[in-house]
Design a protein around this ligand. Structure first.
Ligand code: AMP
Ligand code: GLY
Length: 430
């Protein structure tokens, strides 16, 4: 890799609010020369050059990397990682000197397979829910296992299912039917060839974000997201309707437990198991009593958690990425803004089910003292129009999270598009 005082051309893969936030932060770095986002959105269009290619089209990615002399690639979503984009770079003579932020395929299985993640946690004594996994060949054993558990029953499709693969059911008969639907009738396609059945953990959730270069790690601020579409955490699961950082109930004592019991053994476990990891580890946690337990690993940042975590990072993100790629992360100081950050997601009416696109978004120029991170939004004839379910995240800072949330709501009221919806209760449970 190049020396740290050089500037470089950088490519961010993805098109959501997370990627706009990455681009926003990278664009502030003195080490960034030209910034590209593929495919990007209307937000990244204003601060970078959007390249209209798919995040899993590795051949096209290679072409644009070579053509634009890109030296650093930051992978936003999980799909390219699970499909081996980092390995693709390492195995290519022309690409192997390009730094990639994101784990190699073997390590990306931590998100790609729930069973793999559970086995990893068992091997390294990382606290998580008790579980067993089943395939269609032993579905009868799955029914019997369910009978030994107390409701609610937690069924998880082993593979990637776009955030929809987890079912939590109160009724035993229904749990058995769903297990059959997943295993025998391929409810989630190949993703549910295997199903993990888990002990239900009762508690409040939060997420912890870790940077690693495969040797050392740095912990970023915690965040809590609001996954359900409806107020009071009701209704269908979404990608996330809002987020708060830091998480007020995560005391120093609790954070210390997370570090000793979960973060350290995770990074040590990656080394012991030879799972090459240069990237973000997103650890979904649940606080059961006073103890943290792992619900899941993701091998990327969260969305909309990125929209509150990166704005609180004062350090130069490109310097951090360079250190990760050079395996000198231990030498880097991570400076965090003391202020709270919150974000509220504006979504298309109907989301997470069917919704309309192409609605013009107005009022953007009236937003003051909040940052708008575009997600499912694109430019069309000089107008910003909706192009997805989650449309924009309105992020604000405050001395307290309450102050930050108030600002986000004041600004969200200035924005409009037909059938716009957002939750009015983000932070209600804190
Ligand atoms: P996941 O896709 O693994 O993050 O699961 C989606 C959601 O299901 C989590 O955010 C939790 O709210 C819930 N969940 C998953 N596993 C459990 C568990 N063992 N006990 C309680 N809730 C769970
Ligand atoms: N907001 C949850 C996720 O990114 O998976």
């Amino acid at each position: 890799m190049r020396k740290q005082n050089l500037t470089m051309n950088i490519l961010v893969l993805g098109s959501g609010g997370r990627e706009h936030t990455f681009a926003w932060k990278i664009a502030q770095s003195q080490h960034c020369n030209k910034l590209f986002v593929a495919p990007g959105n209307s937000g990244t269009d204003a601060i970078a050059e959007n390249l209209n290619i798919s995040v899993t089209d590795f051949v096209e990615i290679k072409n644009v990397v070579l053509k634009n002399d890109i030296q650093l690639v930051v992978v936003g979503p999980e799909d390219p990682l699970v499909q081996g984009v980092h390995d693709f770079f390492l195995n290519d003579e022309e690409l192997k000197y390009v730094s990639v932020i994101g784990p190699e395929q073997a390590a990306a299985e931590l998100e790609g397979s729930k069973e793999f993640a559970k086995e990893f946690m068992m091997r390294h004594n990382i606290p998580t829910a008790a579980y067993e996994s089943f395939t269609k060949d032993n579905v009868e054993d799955g029914y019997k296992f369910l009978e030994t558990l107390q409701p609610p029953y937690v069924l998880k499709a082993d593979g990637l299912a776009a955030g929809k693969g987890v079912l939590i059911l109160n009724d035993l008969a229904e749990a058995k039917t769903e297990l059959k639907n997943m295993l025998v009738d391929a409810k989630f396609g190949d993703a549910s060839t295997k199903v993990v059945i888990e002990e239900f953990l009762d508690g409040i959730e939060l997420s912890c974000f870790v940077l690693t270069d495969g040797k050392d790690y740095k912990i970023l601020p915690t965040a809590k997201d609001y996954k359900r579409i409806g107020e009071g955490d009701t209704g269908l699961n979404t990608g996330g309707m809002g987020a708060v950082s830091p998480v007020p109930f995560a005391t120093q004592e609790f954070l210390d437990k997370i570090e000793t019991r979960i973060v350290k053994p995770t990074v040590e476990g990656l080394k012991k198991d030879n799972l090459p990891y240069v990237g973000f580890i997103f650890i979904g946690l649940i606080k059961v009593g006073d103890d943290p337990k792992v619900i899941e690993y993701n091998v990327r940042m969260g969305d909309p958690e990125t929209e509150v975590v990166l704005p609180r990072l004062k350090s130069d993100l490109v310097e951090i990425f360079q250190a990760m790629a050079n395996q000198t992360l231990a030498e880097v100081d991570i400076e965090i803004d003391e202020r709270a950050a919150t974000t509220i997601m504006m979504v298309s009416g109907g989301y997470p089910e069917a919704y309309e696109k192409g609605k013009e978004i107005t009022g953007i120029e009236n937003v003051e003292d909040s940052i708008l991170f575009h997600a499912g939004a694109k430019m069309q004839d000089d107008k910003v129009v909706t192009s997805g379910g989650r449309v924009m995240a309105v992020t604000s800072y405050g001395k307290t999270y309450q102050e930050a949330i108030k600002k986000s709501y004041q600004n969200i009221e200035k924005l409009h598009f037909d059938k716009m919806y957002y939750r009015k209760d983000i932070g209600f449970d804190l």
